[in-house]
Design a protein around this ligand. Structure first.
Ligand code: P71
Length: 461
């Protein structure tokens, strides 16, 4: 194909720049100690290259910024709501839209509406906020992802696929009446930004339909998932990203969206469903927690930027460059023999902290320690995705010990250059070379919910 003859490059040029501070080692030593060795507690002014998250950190286009000026801040029935509703229908196919301030608010609403005490919610791996909302609604999350997803070295092209035997066994054991829906995420964040294939999703659809079980789609990074389908799934090479996205959505009953990722806005999200009765209940509930059903916690201008961002997110040249940049960093690290989750995912690189720090037990918090060490080396901010993120078992109070103990270098969209990626790779290489000197951390403060955000730590002697 004509398009693929050349390397990817950004399909945009830069109109405005935001200076960043390149700190000294001494400044960083003070900063990381002050932050209790938790990168979430650093100030952004203390960070050089911020790879904490790709959430809400994207650069908007000139068309999105122009959209802000079209903000119709009417309390009810804002023009921007109708444009957003139209954009969701045209690009994703869902019939009814309930805007929310971000993804977890949509998770809250759908969990409260569909889950009853004692229910089970199977899903292709957990996500922190999603699982917590399921638990707060009285449910128990059950991981039905294929085993390959838990092995960082396994190069399965669709590591987010559901293990149909695991799902079938669960339906058999617990009864379909106790499973309100299957939670399907595109892509799977905690597995390393890995995609699900359309053929697997179709099989999940067939099995769940037989038992009258819904599929609720976490579509936070659906365009990135669609890109991998186009690249890897036989029969889809000539389909557009937009068509693949539509097909994914058509196999599900509703979706929660954190628009802060794929959809290229700094704030926003929604719940979208096809069932009118469920929609009525959801838009009644949104007024309790978020705001009126035609803004749900978003300003009119933010809804406009989102309506535009959705259209941009499914453009081939955009998504190819976005995923291409992540692949570039991944390949560089692989060439440096740094152990990372393979295949390289779509939104970031996940360093295998267990492999890099084999001298630490999981109780010594290897991923947390590695993230702190990378910051100290270069001012690059990463995020722990291991035992600290996995929290405690709500019944026993014991730590959950996930198989994956990872540090995520998450790439914001349209923000950093290839030269920034080079600096990140050099820093990670240097830290990995001296990994034996990293001594591990212990908790000195731990909050009750989503502990990774606010916990504080101290080095172990
Ligand atoms: C990310 C985030 C933001 C985050 C959330 C919790 C802990 C650390 C960082 C948010 C997601 C997500 C998926 C698949 C739902 C949400 C919640 N990701 N599903 O990766 O990745 O959305 O943040 O808009 O509420 O850094 P929300």
């Amino acid at each position: 194909m004509e398009k693929n003859r050349r390397s990817w490059a950004e399909p945009y040029k830069i109109k405005m720049v935001e200076p960043v501070h390149i700190s000294t080692h001494k400044e960083r030593q003070k900063a990381i100690k002050g932050a209790g060795y938790n990168t979430f507690l650093l100030r952004s002014s203390e960070v050089y290259i911020d790879l904490l998250t790709d959430s809400g950190t994207s650069a908007m286009s000139d068309r999105q910024w122009a959209g802000l000026m079209l903000g119709d801040e009417a309390y009810a029935g804002s023009n921007n709501f109708y444009r957003l509703e139209d954009s969701v229908r045209k690009n994703y196919g869902y019939k009814y839209l309930v805007p929310t301030h971000q993804g977890r608010a949509a998770e809250h609403i759908i969990s409260q509406l569909l889950i009853k005490e004692g229910d089970y919610i199977p899903g292709n791996m957990y996500f922190t906020t999603t699982k917590l909302h399921q638990e707060l609604a009285g449910g128990t999350f059950v991981d039905v992802i294929i085993d390959e997803a838990h092995d960082p070295a396994n190069e399965h092209p669709f590591k987010a696929n559901v293990d149909l035997n695991k799902l079938e066994d669960l339906i058999h054991d617990k009864g379909a009446e106790n499973i309100p829906y299957v939670a399907i995420s595109t892509t799977v964040n905690m597995a390393g930004g890995q995609p699900i294939s359309l053929s697997n999703l179709k099989q999940v659809r067939e099995l769940t339909q037989k038992h009258g079980i819904k599929i609720i789609h976490d579509m936070t990074r659906v365009a990135e998932n669609a890109y991998f389908i186009k690249e890897r799934e036989p029969g889809y090479e000539n389909h557009s990203i937009g068509d693949i996205v539509m097909e994914i959505c058509s196999l599900t009953d509703g979706a929660t969206m954190s628009a802060k990722k794929d959809a290229l806005v700094n704030i926003g999200g929604f719940l979208a469903v096809n069932d009118e009765e469920l929609f009525d209940r959801a838009r009644n509930m949104v007024v309790i927690y978020e705001g009126l059903h035609t803004y749900g916690g978003m300003a009119g201008r933010d809804m406009e930027a989102l309506a535009v961002g959705i259209q941009e997110s499914v453009q081939y040249d955009h998504i190819r460059a976005r995923v291409g940049q992540v692949q570039y960093l991944g390949k560089k690290l692989i060439n440096m023999n740094v152990p990372i989750v393979k295949p390289v995912g779509s939104h970031g690189i996940f360093l295998d902290a267990k492999k890099i720090l084999p001298h630490l037990t999981q109780d010594q918090l290897p991923a947390q320690s590695l993230a702190a060490a990378i910051y100290l080396d270069s001012g690059v901010r990463a995020m722990e995705r291991g035992v600290v993120s996995a929290g405690r078992n709500p019944e026993t109070g014991e730590n959950n010990y996930p198989k994956l103990e990872l540090v995520r270098l998450t790439i914001p969209r349209r923000v950093y250059t290839q030269a920034h990626m080079d600096v990140v790779a050099e820093s990670v290489e240097a830290v990995v070379a001296n990994a034996a000197d990293i001594s591990g951390l212990k908790f000195v403060y731990e909050p009750e919910y989503l502990r990774f955000f606010q916990s504080r730590f101290e080095p172990l002697g």
